[in-house]
Design a protein around this ligand. Sequence first.
Ligand code: SF4
Length: 411
Amino acid sequence: MATASVSGPTKVLIPRMSDHALVVAGVMRGTGIDARVLPTPDDESMAIGRSLCRGRECLPCFLCTGDILKKCREPDFDVEDHLFFMPRGPGPCRFGQYSVLQKQILAEEGFPNANLFSPTTEDSYALFGDDPLTLRKRAWQAIVTTDLITKATNEHRPYEMVPGSADDTHRMCIDRLVEAAEQGAGPHFVEAMAWCARRFESLDVERSKPRPLILVIGEIYLMLNETANLRIVRAVEATGGEVLQGTFMDWLHFVDWRRIDLGLRFRDYADVIKATLSDHYQRRWQKKLLRPIRSLFRHPPDSSVPDAVRHLVPYYEPVLGTEAVLTMARTLATYHHGLAGVINVLPFSCMPGTIVAAMAPKLRQQMDGIPWLDLSFDGQGETNVNTRLEAFMHQALQFQRRVVEPALQRA
Ligand code: SF4
């Protein structure tokens, strides 16, 4: 079974974790790679994943495995002609083992020649093709632009006067980003962001009654995938809130920060230089892509990862790593942006998510006792989410009146 790099154009299939996959696939096509996005994971993906995994894996593993197998079982699908894109990570987390397990399952299910490509956090997700560096740079731009459009949508949808108009704008903008990606990214993305800013500016919104601002943060797949998180952003909006969501780009900044931190500790200076260069490139393009759309945002941009991690140091040792560090650090760093509640989303039995849940009482003390909800998903159609969410949103509204509004008036 082929597992690693490919050279030259090939057919690549990307699991649809979120809209980022659509724009990244556009970037790949723009560099001559025939890339497509798998359909949104559904109940069938979940059923296949559950039936084939060993039972101790996390929810994202079930969905990704189910998506891959569903595709392989299509009657006309040429397994050997395709490459499934399945990022992984090192360390104690099970994420690093997904692709190992998937290769085993594919072989057992009669697809020993299926190809998986697994870029890893250890190399900041280096990519493939004739020019992997260009592809990596453009993929970064795709992730930033998609994050910014998602943020703009989340800031507009709760206040839209015409139901559905923010989602329509979002879809138009994602299509426009895909077009820019296929044209070669870079300046095309900058133009596309200006175009998207005009679309959002023309939306009719009513903001006279601000809603409690709820941070939805946690495990990246669950945070961004609507099937896995049972459309939690919309559920919060339906109960009267506005969502500030963690971003994909924050995770990639965190990956670089971690490489630099570990490189310094273990004197791997070559890796420190590589990660620092990657970080500089990312920041430069992030600024360029934000500029055309910046005036749309009412909430400040995220601080840098090192700054966010400084907030966490008194309570938790950041060198322990995993997504738990980023989730807790970002939550503390964002609190003074006017948060009225925090929802920590985690797959059932997720190790980093469980650490965050265990640390929640300590973190809440530093945030005036902010309402906090840990939502654990196991993919079995959770039944009590709405009841818990309603109670949580009631607390968030009280917190908004008691703490957030007086603080904003004093500022
Ligand atoms: S972060 Fe959680 S859900 Fe993701 S692989 Fe690790 S344990 Fe599983």
